[in-house]
Ligand binder design. Sequence first.
Ligand SMILES: Cc1cc2nc3c(=O)[nH]c(=O)nc-3n(C[C@H](O)[C@H](O)[C@H](O)COP(=O)(O)OP(=O)(O)OC[C@H]3O[C@@H](n4cnc5c(N)ncnc54)[C@H](O)[C@@H]3O)c2cc1C
Length: 423
Amino acid sequence: MNRQKHSCDVLVIGGGPAGLAAASCAAQSGARVSIVDDNPHLGGQIWRGEHQNASNQEAALWLRRVQEANVNFIAGARVFEQPEKGLLLAETFDSVLELRYQKLILALGARERFLPFPGWTVPNVMGAGGLQALVKSGLPIQGKKVVVAGTGPLLLAVAAYLHKHSAKVLLIAEQAKQAQLLAFGFSLWRTPGKIGQALQLKRELLGIPHRMGCWPIAASGSEKLECVTLRQGAKTWDVACDYLACGFHLVPNLELAAMLGCALHKGVVRVNETQETSIADVYCAGEATGIGGLELSLVEGQIAGFAASGQSASARALLSERKKQQRFADALNRAFALRDELKDLPTADTIICRCEDVSFARVQTQSSWRAGKLQTRCGMGPCQGRICGAAVEFFLGWQPESVRPPVFPVKVGSLIQSAETAE
Ligand SMILES: Cc1cc2nc3c(=O)[nH]c(=O)nc-3n(C[C@H](O)[C@H](O)[C@H](O)COP(=O)(O)OP(=O)(O)OC[C@H]3O[C@@H](n4cnc5c(N)ncnc54)[C@H](O)[C@@H]3O)c2cc1C
């Protein structure tokens, strides 16, 4: 493996909206700023693909700001280890990068939450955002019958995207209760921009059934998905389809922050008024501090970028906007809270950890995440519990335990370099 060295004043990990905002604001101070991201292009989850010919004005604006501010972009590099304070290691396709920094901004984003049910591992059952990402990367979806199910606003965004790309979206099944969603709708008066977005989505989805209090309980098919079974109240029925796009809201990516020693609180990275974590000179912004949507990610990113580069007045000027967006985030998370009935989704032989093929019956006999790992290998496979961890937390109440490096599976050569650097 090659070894390469890079140093900067402010290092931003994550090139999504929070990272772009953080980097461009930090660079206004004249600091040398770099963004590192494991994707080949900037944009994160929501602006994936916008680097080519941004169709989204906001994406175009932030991508241009980063470019004009001379922010250095290190693409395709995944940060996995901290040999010492101020030094991180990232693995690329063929090298290990040593990244030295004065200030660090974590903009790590979130991932989808999957709740296993019988048949969830059948081919063509996918995360809602996952299917969207595949279509953005070229998967042909024209004419395919898709059921979109689970919970959260991402379902509507994905359904609208797939519909626009000529998929036949048969149904959107949202587990949240209608009353919760109505209350959420009324709470939007404080953020009029969101009302506009919601109405736009409604228009785009005209004619597509949207059932509330409805969720998938099984998926089946001999070689790939053929049918999804849905439940709404006492009624269950089958829908023949080609894809099930299914996600149960989002969970923050916390592993790297936890490895650095940043304090966590209620499943998110704890930050102070200026987005600084419990570790001095380490800031965090975006979904890793709590699921709150694009606008909150952007404002948190700006505050972190200004604060990390000594522009405190500019950071403070944004505090009231953050408060407004935080209220929206609180309402969002209340509206899409998981209902208890979903705890009945897995049957005894439902696979919970698909990396290590561990059934629900086996994990159920364990008392904690640690015991589950030791006795059944649940969470010990390539995803390192990123998928099954959130599921067992919901089903069994297991809390995640300490995170040890490397935070992602890496090549042996990278591990050797990591040991050499530490020495
Ligand atoms: C799959 C998915 C699809 C989504 N689609 C939509 C949508 O269509 N519409 C919508 O409104 N919202 C969508 N969202 C929500 C949206 O992502 C958030 O609202 C917000 O934009 C998040 O911004 P962020 O900068 O915090 O994180 P992200 O945009 O997730 O960016 C984080 C970046 O950090 C990178 N990263 C993380 N850890 C490391 C590491 N160790 N080393 C290197 N890089 C790392 C990630 O690869 C990612 O590129 C989606 C979320 C997900 C998970």
